[in-house]
Design a binder for this molecule. Structure first.
Ligand SMILES: [Zn+2]
Length: 131
């Protein structure tokens, strides 16, 4: 399942801008209406200004008015030796911008696994804590 989404994420990965780490990441959001939004990691000489692929993709979907209920799945792929999982910043962001049970497919081309934000960031801090 989600082979096409994973393929599109690998296609996106070709556009990653990673001259410092040489670690290329691609992501693709699948919306319930079938629309997809790609993202790649975009590094910067001031490393902290780097943006990760999965945030780029989800921000793209949100920029077109899609919200968490509209997102069916997210694929995140990399060319690392092992499957790349979202960094801490992305986990915090994705915990707010995705449903906790939205399928997240991770792949490095050799291995693929499916997870969710509930698994990636249990006991997360979110909007409900500020109510
Ligand atoms: Zn990240």
């Amino acid at each position: 399942m989600y082979e096409n989404l994973v393929s599109e994420a690998f296609e996106a990965m070709k556009s990653a801008y990673a001259p410092y780490s040489n670690y290329h990441v691609g992501a693709c959001v699948l919306c319930r209406d079938g629309r997809t939004f790609r993202g790649v990691n975009i590094e910067n000489a001031s490393y902290g200004a780097t943006n990760c692929a999965e945030r780029s993709a989800v921000f793209g979907a949100y920029s077109y008015g899609y919200r968490k209920a509209d997102i069916a799945a997210l694929a995140i792929v990399s060319d690392g030796a092992r499957i790349g999982t979202p960094c801490g910043i992305c986990r915090q962001v994705l915990s707010e911008l995705l449903e906790s049970d939205t399928p997240i497919i991770l792949s490095n081309g050799k291995e693929t696994m499916e997870t969710t934000m509930a698994e990636l960031l249990p006991m997360s801090f979110g909007m409900e804590d500020l109510a």
